[in-house]
Design a protein around this ligand. Structure first.
Ligand SMILES: [Fe+2]
Ligand SMILES: [Fe+2]
Length: 190
């Protein structure tokens, strides 16, 4: 099955934010990234996220589905306004795109601990029209702290835990739910 990243980005409601994310994926060889395993050791994610040809793609789709439920929940409570839904879905799509990239730009054989920060730096460097800068920076921040307590280096972990922004929390929660082996694998043949 071939990978079509538009199947991911179609979930971003705001067309201009969607276009920005499509551009980022294209520029950063996203399809190649999405075909890798989510967990290089196969230990930390459900099986569907570790298939060799579409691991990160499948994981990303699970994160988007989890985020959609959380977004709906918080929208009903009146806590998410404007383009926050599009920013959260965008961050979910981009959050692991730099998973195997190191801070000096090389590609590692294993997933890197600081890929949130690598992603943040790449997104912040992405040139966008003036009126999209705020959305771009909000998305970058969500990608930066998506690993929550597992963020690396230590300074990032501290900042991630101090950050109480609802959008950041939703991306962290969606990633955690989608990474829960017991939840996703439950009921399948051993
Ligand atoms: Fe990650
Ligand atoms: Fe993830």
């Amino acid at each position: 099955m071939s990978l079509d990243t538009k199947e991911l980005t179609k979930h971003i409601k705001n067309p201009r934010i969607r276009e920005m994310v499509d551009g980022l994926i294209k520029h950063h060889a996203g399809v190649k990234t999405f075909s890798k395993k989510t967990s290089s050791t196969g230990k930390y994610h459900p099986d569907v996220s570790n298939v060799p040809d579409r691991g990160i793609y499948n994981h990303t789709m699970l994160v988007v589905y989890a985020a959609q439920r959380l977004i709906y929940f918080y929208q009903q409570k009146g806590l998410l306004k404007g383009d926050m839904d599009s920013c959260i879905i965008s961050a979910c799509i981009l959050h692991d795109m730099w998973k195997y990239e190191t801070m000096n730009g090389t590609i590692a054989p294993y997933s890197t601990k600081d890929h949130g920060l690598v992603g943040y730096n790449s997104i912040r460097k992405w040139e966008v029209p003036k009126d999209l800068k705020a959305a771009r920076d909000v998305i970058a921040e969500m990608v930066r702290f998506h690993m929550s307590a597992w963020c690396s280096p230590v300074s990032e972990k501290k900042l991630a835990n101090e950050n109480k922004d609802l959008g950041v929390l939703i991306v962290q929660l969606a990633d955690m739910i989608a990474s829960c082996k017991e939840l996703i694998n439950f009921g399948k043949e051993a």
